[in-house]
Design a protein around this ligand. Structure first.
Ligand code: ADP
Ligand code: MG
Ligand code: ZN
Length: 417
């Protein structure tokens, strides 16, 4: 164990060039090295890839990495190759000849990590060919794609449930940033069929101050919030395209450098506004949830939700675009009962089965639990993701605890009148 511990740190430093593990990584790596089935839940950017890349080197043999996105596979293979690590990818974005060339290297034992899309991996011939090789680890990236209740469901991920039978005794590592209990249960059932060790880490973003305030006059509240924070970059999320347009116009009329962004705009307009937001300081992006995927701007000082986000996970993703530089940032949510009623009606009226409605209703309840929390809001948020923590001191509830209302006083006054 000591030797493998040293080996682990050597590989971390020499091959990957990192000084130390990030929060959560080492526990996951240890579990994987011990050959155990492992579910790793960490937010985007926290460093999940290392949790299979490092074991792939320490374990030797072949590690299969299942990934849903071709671009993502190619990025990783390129990065690993630069680091001097033998990796390749087989997927439908390549010609047959290219895939065959990669396969030859796999079969010859020249490759440590082979990335594959599920449909390539799951053919009978491919499985049979892989069974003849020294497979040491199977990593399933973006494992939430097995979730039929999720928004990234991929039917070809369901087929991955055969892996545990075809590769008995080989540890499976599932990785995802999506952590709610429903999704977790589905991953467990589909990929492991049994218990797996579960690790949750890295969700806390302590520099983001969390605030939820009651909605009264949304436009006025948004304008005031932005007025009080002049000259900094921020994102305002609104539910509809129309509200995005209206909010951006009103802010612009008041002299704020506010730009709209939603899926109804032309590709060019969207690209231009996004470029401006990224390149200039002090731009306020007023957007629907269409904005933000892959946006990496480090000095966004606030994310303001003018309307209820779609779930706690969506909220977490969206506020995570603030304060990437680690400096103080704010997440400010305007909470209105009308939004809640609208959302409930929307769930009820969907033409879908009751089980799915129940899942969505539960997700909405979790979100409302957060909005109405009377204890540390960050604790409520992190608990939803499975992480426990003490009161944070950087949310509205911690900073200004709600006064306990003495219900008897108004009643006494009313009776006396
Ligand atoms: P995820 O898959 O969780 O979204 P990635 O695996 O893509 O995250 O990693 C995000 C970034 O973090 C990468 O640039 C990676 O090189 C970096 N990273 C990962 N682990 C460490 C570490 N221990 N020290 C420093 N940087 C790290
Ligand atoms: Mg990843
Ligand atoms: Zn708190």
């Amino acid at each position: 164990a000591a030797a493998s511990g040293r080996r682990k740190l050597d590989v971390l430093r020499q091959t990957f060039g990192f000084d130390s593990f990030r929060s959560g990584q080492e526990e996951i790596v240890d579990s994987v090295l011990a050959g155990q089935n492992t579910l790793a839940i960490m937010p985007t950017g926290a460093g999940k890839s290392l949790c299979y890349q490092l074991p792939a080197l320490v374990l030797g043999g072949l590690t299969i990495v299942v990934s849903p996105l071709i671009a993502l596979m190619e990025d990783q293979v390129a990065a690993l190759t630069v680091a001097g690590l033998a990796a390749g990818a087989i997927h439908s974005g390549k010609s047959r000849d290219e895939n065959v060339a990669v396969w030859r290297r796999v079969a010859a034992g020249e490759i440590r990590l082979i990335y594959m899309s599920p449909e390539r991996l799951l053919s009978d011939r491919m499985i049979a060919a892989l069974q003849r090789l020294p497979v040491r680890l199977i990593a399933v990236d973006e494992a939430h794609c097995v979730s039929q209740w999720g928004h990234s469901f991929r039917s070809d991920y369901l087929g991955l449930s055969i892996l545990r039978e075809r590769f008995p005794g080989i540890g499976i590592l599932a990785l995802t940033a999506t952590a709610d209990t429903t999704t977790r249960e589905e991953i467990r059932n589909k990929l492991f069929g049994a218990e797996a060790r579960v690790f949750v880490s890295g969700f806390d973003r302590p520099n983001i101050q969390l605030t939820v305030v009651e909605k009264d006059d949304t436009s006025r509240q948004i304008e005031r919030f932005i007025d009080e924070r002049p000259g900094v970059s921020g994102i305002v999320y609104r539910l509809s395209r129309k509200k995005v347009e209206q909010t951006a116009e009103r802010l612009a009329a008041k002299g704020v450098r506010a730009l709209p962004y939603h899926a109804g705009m032309s590709q060019e307009d969207r690209a231009r506004n996004q470029e401006t937001f990224l390149a200039e300081a002090g731009v306020v992006m007023v957007a629907t949830i269409a904005f933000g995927m892959g946006i990496d701007k480090s000095d966004v000082r606030y994310v303001l939700h003018g309307d209820l986000p779609s779930s706690l996970e969506a909220y977490y993703q969206e506020i995570g675009r603030a304060g990437r530089d680690g400096a103080a940032a704010e997440a400010h949510l305007l909470y209105g009962l009308e939004d809640v009623q609208l959302r409930r009606r929307f769930i009820d009226e969907q033409e879908t089965d009751e089980a799915r409605k129940a899942v969505e209703a539960r997700r909405l309840d979790a979100l409302l639990g957060f909005c109405e929390a009377s204890t540390c809001r960050r604790s409520v948020l992190l608990r939803y993701f499975g992480e426990e923590q003490e009161p944070c001191g950087n949310c509205d509830v911690c900073l200004d605890p709600p006064q306990l209302v003495d219900g008897t006083e108004p009643a006494r006054l009313a009776l006396a009148a």
